[in-house]
Ligand binder design. Structure first.
Ligand code: 1CP
Length: 355
């Protein structure tokens, strides 16, 4: 395949979209989760200027600039909108703040009375207008070969912050509600599912070409809860988006899904599955790649270390999954202590690799 590919710029952007259609590509497309952020000095400069993290997300000049920074430096095949998964609860009227060195802090909602105080789903499109403005601008300012990815958090992962009020090692607060009163907790999941569909739809209408849904904490759920609160909501999100935008591919990142990954991929109907660091590339080639495009999964800490070990493990992933359909990425987001020159080295290695 790909013998008729136009040379140069046009071809690269299409490469990522072709991979998501399930085609093998000549050369592997690459982007990295959290490719914008604190490891880049130019990000830290804008971040300091912007004031609060939410101001950065909601000021189109700033958010557009930090989205473009890693594209300028590295020429990734895709650009992911700079925003956060917690803008959705913010839009629904839950108070969200990002504290320096502490991460997000929310006024926790732990019961149905708290839910009743939230705004209806229509608030999402209204409150998040500035985010859609960023998407619109990016479609104009990105190089034509760069695919624009919009995103949202999955309902379960967002719920862990809504209920816990902050990040937690065990998602204990959300689990407590989900296990004590599953049908009540379902109301929160349903609200977040509807809000997520609206948020993603508005991003497509503004120009997003691919959508990624982050379920960072999916892996902490036991089988029956995973099925109900991770798999089923993703299936509903995917089906509704398919009705509205049949040609827009969706990637899901059910981090830690383990033995549920294949079933999740098949039953949700997503086009791409983003693999966390713990997934064996050899196993994924056999059990996941036949179901669609896979994405991943270099350990972000290998990117911190760099050198021969990073190259060796990146090549293992490329050689195992690179026949396609495949998108090179990390197994989770870039961490702040990553040396930017290691990212450059990885991008060169992936771009030059051929099956
Ligand atoms: O001080 C700073 O600069 C804030 C750090 C930061 C950044 C750069 C936060 C706070 N969010 C972001 C951006 C962000 N978040 C993106 C941008 C696009 C990119 O370049 O990739 C994306 C896609 C996210 C998604 C996100 N936010 C997730 C899902 C993906 C993942 O990494 O697991 C989660 C769980 C969040 C919540 C969140 N926001 C910020 C932090 C520090 C956290 C994690 C909190 C925790 O410890 O649980």
């Amino acid at each position: 395949m790909s013998d008729k590919m136009a040379p140069g710029k046009e071809a690269a952007g299409k490469k990522l979209l072709r991979a998501l259609k399930g085609e093998a590509t000549e050369g592997v497309p690459i982007w990295l989760m959290r490719q914008a952020g604190r490891y880049l000095p130019e990000y830290r400069k804008v971040r300091a200027e912007a004031g609060s993290f939410l101001d950065l997300c909601y000021t189109p000049d700033f958010a557009e600039e930090v989205t473009l920074q890693p594209i300028r430096r590295y020429g990734f095949d895709a650009s992911i909108l700079f925003s956060d998964i917690l803008v959705v609860p913010d839009a629904l009227g839950q108070k969200v703040a990002f504290k320096e060195g502490e991460g997000p802090v929310l006024e926790a909602i732990t019961n149905v009375a708290g839910l009743a105080a939230l705004k209806p789903v229509e608030a999402v499109r209204e409150h998040l207008q500035p985010v859609y403005e960023v998407v619109k601008r990016l479609r104009r300012s990105l190089p034509p070969e760069t695919t624009l990815i919009g995103f949202a958090g999955a309902p379960w992962t967002v719920a862990t912050y809504v209920v816990g009020g902050r990040g937690s090692p065990d998602q204990g607060a959300a689990k407590a509600w989900a296990y004590r009163a599953p049908d009540e907790f379902q109301k929160l999941i349903d609200l977040l599912t509807d809000a997520t569909v609206e948020h993603l739809s508005a991003q497509v209408e503004a120009g997003a070409e691919v959508l990624q849904v982050f379920d960072t904490w999916a892996g902490s759920l036991p089988e029956l809860s995973f099925e109900r609160f991770a798999l089923q909501p993703m299936k509903r999100i995917r089906e509704t988006l398919k009705e509205r935008f049949p040609d827009i591919p969706v990637i899901a990142f059910p981090r830690g899904a383990g033995g549920m990954a294949a079933r999740y991929f098949r039953e949700t109907g997503v086009n791409g599955l983003s693999l966390d660091t713990g997934v064996s590339a050899l196993w994924a080639r056999e059990h996941l790649q036949p179901l669609g495009c896979v994405q991943g999964n270099l350990d972000p800490l290998l990117l911190v270390a760099g050198g021969a070990e990073m190259r060796r493990q990146a090549l293992h992933i490329l050689e195992t999954l690179g026949q396609g359909p495949f998108i090179f990425n990390l197994g989770h987001g870039i961490v702040p202590q990553t040396p930017p020159e290691h990212v450059a080295e990885l991008v060169t290695l992936v771009k030059e690799w051929r099956a």
